[in-house]
Unconditional design. Sequence first.
Length: 229
Amino acid sequence: MPKSSSFITFGAISMLVILLSGLVVVLPPFSANASHRLHISGNLFTPPNQGQSVPKGQSIPQGLNVPKNLIVGPECNQQCPPLIGTQKDDIILATSVSDATIYGLNGNDVIQCGPGACKVFAGPGANVLIAGLLDTDTSRLYGGAGNNIFIGGTGNSLMTGGKGNDQFYAGSGHDVMIGGGGANFFDCGLNGNGVILDFNPANGDTKASNCKFVITVHPNNQPAGSTLS
């Protein structure tokens, strides 16, 4: 495979683009202020010391090598077989697969859903899970034990974290976000329509100012009900 590059620009209107020998993957826009950072694990790229935190207005320079395994699901519209990753770092693209079911397995994976009711089951690594971008169906993204990044699309997605310190970025729909364990960060999307079901400040959870629909968990682990912020 010819040498590829990967870069991220993170600002008021920004995109993440992965260049893979002519294949371009564009992730949805984000909003951020100067205090928000998008953390990408160094293990997603080689050499590992290229991992960076990307504050507003800055970018990761070009020239990074992408993960070793690129898995692209073939075009499929019904009764599609599952896409299964490897035990290493993968990029799994299901953009041409309807109602895809994806298993990341081990490694630090980047997984992109396609149209329909996509389901993603990540492994224990530091993964990036991306909902479908071009329709209004429901994606279901399930993180593993690592520190994962969840990115909503145009539909109403369910994003469920695990034990790690996860980051949730809702899309334009009414995304439902469940942090699980760890100290999680929630951004409720450009329209503020994202819903947080288990916001737990005692565990170190934080949220963006656009989050309006929040169920806060008190120290006794009992939900306190919806709050408007």
